[in-house]
Design a protein around this ligand. Sequence first.
Ligand SMILES: Cc1cc2nc3c(=O)[nH]c(=O)nc-3n(C[C@H](O)[C@H](O)[C@H](O)COP(=O)(O)OP(=O)(O)OC[C@H]3O[C@@H](n4cnc5c(N)ncnc54)[C@H](O)[C@@H]3O)c2cc1C
Length: 445
Amino acid sequence: MEQDHYNVIIIGSGPAGLFAAMRLERLGIDRIAVIDRKPYPAGGLLNDGKLNFDHRIGIDLDELQLDPSTANRYIEEVKRVFVGFPECRQVTMVENNIKIDSLRGMARENDVEFIAPEQWHWGTDNGKAMVDYLRDRVKATAFLLGVDVASIEEDGKGGYRCFCTEEQKKVVCSAKAVLAAPGRSGAYWFRDAADGLGLRHTFGPIDVGIRFELQKKFYDTVTDTVYDPKFIFNTARHHDRVRTFCTNPGGRVRQENYLNFKLVNGDTLSGRKTPNTNFALINTVALTKPLSDTTEYGRMIAMQFFLLGGGSPIVQRVGDFREGRRSSRTTFNSRTRHFDALKATCKAVPGDITLGMPARIIDNLWESLKKLDKIVPGILHPSSLMYAPEIKFFDTRFPTDANLETNVKGIFVAGDGAGKSRGIVGAAISGIIAAQGIAEKFSLS
Ligand SMILES: Cc1cc2nc3c(=O)[nH]c(=O)nc-3n(C[C@H](O)[C@H](O)[C@H](O)COP(=O)(O)OP(=O)(O)OC[C@H]3O[C@@H](n4cnc5c(N)ncnc54)[C@H](O)[C@@H]3O)c2cc1C
């Protein structure tokens, strides 16, 4: 069994891990290793690449223990790095934009909050070039790729050992500090690993909902002004929070594969556009007694869809939903005298989303869509599509100090998988904060 020694091991090469490595190098820390089970360092940086430079989006100020002005300083810092990549383009200008004021006014009239952040975008097809650009900034860091961390244990000398597998081979790496930035895909693994180490954790809310796809022309009035508009609804019936999220003008709906289920998501290419736009509409769900484990709840919903869809997500036309009937393959892309066909960009099974989604969530989503249709008339065209399930698991939270060090000294956390962010910019910021905490620890020891 091989054994390597480092000062810092970072688990995960997404934005949290890469920005942490960048900051550690800048602070003069050497012998840094980034470990990722994937053969290419990237995490979610290969997905779409919409950047929201606004502390109200994707950044939980309480969780990161930041005030808005400090958060803005970090945002500026992260922005300087990302926008240095030539293919990253500004897609929403907020300064003196009277169209934004009028959209905000229309939303307010319908009791809806509207947020228009400054936004930039590079597109899924530029993802690899973006990752190469970032990786070029961390030249002194060792990248152990295709290496899966199975468990973390104390080494008895104040540091930690990560037990890993690389193909069939077992590898052990040790370090004085470990930064866990495993993203959503590694969140459940880390939850188990954290239990073994004695890390405290709590359950946060999850977001459950649908991916809505419509003809691009119906939403252009909004997306021509704000690329990824954020509408936030407080529902009248259940007093729950629903929001639009991750809008992709000219984009495609995608499936994400997990062990026992599939979820839907969306992205856009920078060059090739579709005639459709899609966005997520998600309902925040928090649970208390007797079940506080929101992960289990979300997984049960996802597995129910997996069962109903024969292993695929389900898609239902708005026209069918209104009539209370399932969608079927024969009528799906039909063109009638009254409306154009909308060609679905994702292979999902036509069915009935109300069979798999709890009634309260369906009520909330439909109430929100009806309000949105008042602000952007036409979106509830019968041909528009609702794909389910779209679920955002950011649920396991690890209490930390302001340096993102957990109750187990020397174990730091960052990024989406530890509940510290919800998106690329927030993940990058949390990586920087954790790196500063680690460097500070080394300067004191
Ligand atoms: C389709 C899609 C589109 C998206 N579009 C956007 C967008 O436009 N804008 C935006 O802000 N966000 C978007 N996101 C979300 C964004 O990708 C995440 O918020 C972000 O990547 C989180 O960063 P992270 O560093 O916390 O984790 P990640 O980027 O997920 O990186 C975690 C890494 O850890 C590795 N890992 C996990 N466990 C282990 C282990 N045990 N051993 C070794 N390696 C491990 C994983 O392989 C992964 O590479 C999108 C996500 C998806 C799925």
